[in-house]
Ligand binder design. Structure first.
Ligand code: ADP
Length: 548
């Protein structure tokens, strides 16, 4: 017997309808590419998103057409989040930090019909426009007064002119909830980028789960500033969550340096922010230099790469900001786990609690996870045994866009209903997962695994270290040994032996890195993560020929 409840499709447009009806006067504040601060409300956003949907229909955009964006976090991007998906087309957010060949590859692979772009990305559009085979026009996200002159792009349109052609009484499409809503490519650190195609249903379920108290803990009393970009995995779902719960949104636009972020956080009295560790490094550096404190920030979500325990401690103890350490992937929409404490942890000492918080955390309801050994058998949740992390759930990718079934490994796991994350992890008895490495970054010394993340966390706890990466360097006797690449803090004095001595007593002796290389900068990828493959190319032979 079926239940007798209404059948209502889970659609992205319902989020902005809800925000308009129930939180219509809640503000959305954006720092614009043009330099000024723009303010309006969810009601205004809903009206303009409908106008944009109407304008796209008049342009001839059809159901399931892909519409690309190359844009910062801002209100026009938000209008496209709702306008494009709400009319049944697919919003394809493109990461502008990718190499121009990859941007062209992605636009062609997705068969984008139109590409919207912020003015900062005009040079990128000029470089790729001639290579984008399916794009009918490029739309500059600005008004007539700021339109570029003589840009040399065929079919260049102006956002404000386009939106003016749509009617605000557009009614959202009654779509099937399984319809595709959004497309995001992985940043392709190995091979070509792969497209993850989210549905309205998967996005809505992710929004419900990610907003919960033990996840991102968002409410109508929050003011949220997503530093995580809307061009990569939907800014961790925050543009949807804010509409669902009625939180005020603050968008930083292109200004992501410590000073600009701090000023905006303070001016708008932000309570919650989210970003990758490298961004927070800049903000913390600024606060330290200026001796400033936060007056409103209560929580920050750190994810995308391991949150160094030293950063966790600084946020919590020096600035009174609670850290939520989260793990996810493009393939998971992206939230998988969050390190929210349980009652039993509250009685622990601050050090013990921080050790729990430093783990990547517990699975959100909806995400099922397990770790397996090389034979595919499930390993125990003892917090010590590490294995390949597999996940499944209604917002986990089933197969990549136009992948014809995926690679053999993926096919194998997918057939059994699990997605192999490529991460190596432990899970403890309380269900807290801890990433020890990405499978391709693991260091295999004499057949034993050494987790590079532990070694990096220790280096990051040294007061003179600004950034640290540990890679597998080829070794004549042990095959691979850990090699530490370090950026010192400005003006700090630190030499190899002092840093290596800092490891004493903190790890098994044989885990200690064989050498340290000091560099001016560590290469970061398109999502702000350390590019270990480039470090391996550059320094992988450093230990060869040295005495064992
Ligand atoms: P890409 O960087 O290739 O686009 P994603 O942005 O989807 O990929 O990143 C996913 C990967 O980032 C994960 O598989 C994991 O290795 C890493 N990652 C994400 N969050 C964390 C975290 N909190 N701690 C450690 N690693 C993380």
């Amino acid at each position: 017997m079926n239940g007798l409840m209404m059948q209502k499709q889970l659609l992205i447009s319902s989020l902005i309808v809800h925000a308009d009806r129930h939180h219509g006067d809640t503000e959305i504040v954006s720092r614009r590419v043009e330099g000024d601060i723009h303010r309006y409300t969810f009601r205004d956003c809903h009206r303009r998103a409908r106008q944009m949907a109407g304008a796209l229909s008049r342009l001839g955009v059809q159901l399931s057409d892909r519409i690309g964006t190359l844009a910062w976090n801002g209100y026009r991007h938000l209008e496209l989040y709702y306008g494009v998906s709400g009319m049944g087309a697919i919003l394809h957010t493109i990461n502008p930090r990718l190499h121009e060949d990859q941007v062209a590859y992605i636009a062609n692979h997705a068969e984008d019909q139109y590409i919207f772009f912020d003015l900062s990305f005009l040079p990128l559009i000029q470089a790729v426009a001639g290579h984008c085979k399916t794009v009918k026009a490029f739309i500059a996200m600005t008004d007539q007064a700021h339109m570029p002159k003589n840009a040399g792009i065929d079919k260049l349109l102006c956002y404000e002119d386009l939106i003016a052609q749509g009617l605000p009484d557009y009614t959202w499409q009654a779509l099937d909830e399984e319809a595709a809503s959004t497309l995001c490519y992985t940043s392709g650190t190995t091979g070509d980028p792969k497209g993850v195609l989210y549905s309205h249903r998967s996005s809505l379920l992710h929004t419900y789960a990610a907003a919960l108290p033990d996840a991102l803990n968002c409410s109508a009393r929050d003011t949220i500033l997503p530093v995580v970009p809307m061009f990569h995995v939907n800014a961790w779902g925050l543009p949807y969550i804010a509409c669902m719960v009625g939180a005020k949104l603050v968008f930083p636009g292109p200004a992501l340096d410590g000073k600009s972020l701090y000023e905006l956080l303070e001016a708008e009295q932000v309570t919650l922010s989210a970003g990758v560790p490298t961004v927070w490094q800049g903000l913390l550096g600024y606060l330290e230099e200026k001796g400033q404190q936060f007056s409103s920030m209560k929580r920050t979500i750190i994810g995308g790469a391991t949150c160094p325990p030293a950063m966790l401690r600084k946020f919590q103890e020096a600035y009174g900001v609670a850290v939520l350490h989260a793990w996810g992937m493009t393939e998971l929409s992206p939230m998988g786990t969050v390190g929210a404490l349980k009652t039993k942890h509250l009685a622990m000492s601050a050090d013990e609690r921080r050790a729990v918080q430093s783990k990547q955390g517990r699975a959100l309801f909806g995400i099922d996870m397990k770790i397996v050994g090389p034979d595919g058998n499930e390993l125990s949740w003892d917090g010590a045994t590490s294995g390949d992390l597999l996940v499944r759930g209604p917002w986990v990718v089933r197969e990549y866009f136009k992948s014809a079934g995926g690679d053999p490994l993926q096919r194998d796991h997918a057939a059994q209903g699990w997605f192999p994350t490529g991460d190596v992890a432990t899970i403890d008895a309380d269900g807290f997962m801890q990433i020890t490495d990405r499978s391709k970054d693991v260091i295999k010394s004499g057949g034993e695994w050494i987790g590079s993340i532990d070694l990096e966390n220790i280096a990051m706890a040294h007061p003179a270290v600004s950034q640290a990466a540990c890679i597998a360097a080829k070794h004549a006797k042990w095959d691979e040994r850990p090699l530490l690449i370090v950026v010192r803090k400005p003006q700090a004095q630190l030499e190899r032996d002092e840093l290596l001595a800092f490891y004493e007593g903190k790890i098994a002796k044989w885990w200690t890195p064989d050498d340290v290389i000091f560099v001016d900068a560590i290469p970061l990828g398109a999502t702000g993560k350390i590019q270990k493959n480039r470090l391996r190319e550059q320094f992988g032979d450093h230990l060869i020929g040295r005495r064992p």
